[in-house]
Design a protein around this ligand. Structure first.
Ligand SMILES: Nc1ncnc2c1ncn2[C@@H]1O[C@H](COP(=O)(O)OP(=O)(O)OP(=O)(O)O)[C@@H](O)[C@H]1O
Ligand SMILES: [Mg+2]
Length: 275
C-alpha cells in the first residue's frame, strides 16, 4: 500500500475560534427595573450569534450597553481584549464594534452612493482643509474611498440604486442602505437589531444571503431577530434571554428543542409547525 496510515487531519471545526466579544456578569438597571441581569456569553471570531427572546427580554438593552449607548450597571464587556465598558459609542466603533441605526444614519435627500461615502469619510478622518484644497493625498484617498463605496454597494446589492436619493428607496432597500452605512465604518463585529422586521419574505431571503456574504469577509455578527426562520438559518449559535436572564445558549438545533426556550418564547405552536 502506498498510502501510509496517518492520524486523521485536525478537524478545523473542533478547534474553536478565539473569543471576540466577552460579556461577563452584565446587568442593566432602569430605576427599579432590572432589564438585564448577570448576563454572561461570548461571541467567537467569525461567528454569527443570535440573541432571541420575548418582547422586553432585554435584547436591545444588551446591544445598547455593548455599543456604549447606555451604561452597564455592573459587569464587563471586552472586545478583542479591550474593555469597552465606559467608552463612548464612537470610541467603541473605532475598535470595530458597529451597529446599524434605523433611519437616523441615512441622509434622505442625498444619493445612495453619497450616503456610503459620508460613512467612509467619517472613518478616514481627513482634515477638512485638506479636502477643500484638493491636496493630492486627498484626491488619491477620494478615489480609494469611491472604490470602497462601490464595493459596499455591490455587497448589499444596491449598485443599481447608487444615483437615486435615499428617500426614493423601498423599505427593504433602505434597510440595506443602513447596513451599507454601518459597513462603511469597517466593522469587525457588526450588530444588527431586528434587521428584517417589516420585510417581505423575498427581502428577508435576500437579507439572509447578505449575512452569508458579510461573514465570508470575516466579519463577526451579533444579531437580534424575531424571525425564527432567519435566526435558525444563519446562526452558528443562539442565546435565549427571558426577563433579562440567559435561559439557553447553544446551536440552533438544540435551542429549537430546548423545553425552557419553547415555554418562554417559541411556543408549542412553533414546535408543531416545524413537525
Ligand atoms: N431607556 C429605558 N428606560 C427605562 N426602561 C427601559 C429602557 N429601555 C428599555 N427599558 C425596559 O427594559 C426592558 C427590556 O427592554 P428591551 O428593549 O431591552 O427589550 P427587547 O428584548 O429588545 O424587546 P423587543 O423584542 O420588544 O425589542 C423592558 O421592560 C423595557 O420596557
Ligand atoms: Mg428590542
Amino acid at each position: 500500500m502506498s498510502t501510509p496510515d496517518t492520524l486523521p487531519a485536525p478537524d478545523a471545526a473542533a478547534t474553536p475560534a478565539p473569543v471576540a466579544l466577552a460579556v461577563a456578569g452584565l446587568s442593566i438597571r432602569f430605576g427599579g427595573l432590572m432589564a438585564v441581569e448577570d448576563m454572561t456569553f461570548e461571541v467567537r471570531e467569525g461567528e454569527v450569534l443570535s440573541l432571541i427572546g420575548p418582547n422586553g427580554a432585554g435584547k436591545t438593552s444588551a446591544f445598547n450597553a455593548i455599543t456604549g449607548y447606555i451604561p452597564a450597571s455592573s459587569g464587563s464587556i471586552t472586545y478583542r481584549g479591550v474593555p469597552l465598558t465606559g467608552l463612548k459609542p464612537d470610541q467603541i466603533a473605532g475598535h470595530g464594534v458597529v451597529r446599524t441605526f434605523q433611519k437616523t444614519s441615512v441622509f434622505n435627500g442625498l444619493p445612495v452612493l453619497d450616503n456610503v461615502l459620508i460613512g467612509l469619510h467619517r472613518r478616514a478622518r481627513q482634515h477638512p482643509l485638506a479636502i477643500m484644497l484638493g491636496l493630492p493625498g486627498v484626491r488619491r484617498d477620494e478615489a480609494r474611498l469611491r472604490d470602497l463605496a462601490w464595493e459596499i454597494l455591490d455587497l448589499v446589492s444596491l449598485r443599481g440604486r447608487a444615483g437615486e436619493v435615499a428617500a426614493s428607496l423601498s423599505y427593504g432597500e433602505l434597510r440595506l442602505l443602513e447596513v451599507a452605512i454601518a459597513l462603511a465604518a469597517e466593522p469587525t463585529l457588526l450588530l444588527l437589531d431586528e434587521p428584517v422586521s417589516g420585510m417581505n419574505p423575498a427581502e428577508t431571503g435576500a437579507f439572509m444571503a447578505l449575512i452569508a456574504r458579510i461573514r465570508t469577509r470575516g466579519t463577526t455578527i451579533l444579531l437580534v431577530e424575531h424571525d425564527m426562520k432567519m435566526v435558525m438559518g444563519v446562526s452558528d449559535r443562539v442565546v435565549c434571554l427571558n426577563q433579562g436572564r440567559i435561559i439557553a445558549d447553544g446551536p440552533p438545533a438544540a435551542i429549537q428543542r430546548d423545553p425552557q426556550v419553547i415555554r418562554a418564547y417559541l411556543g408549542e405552536r412553533y414546535v408543531r409547525a416545524r413537525g
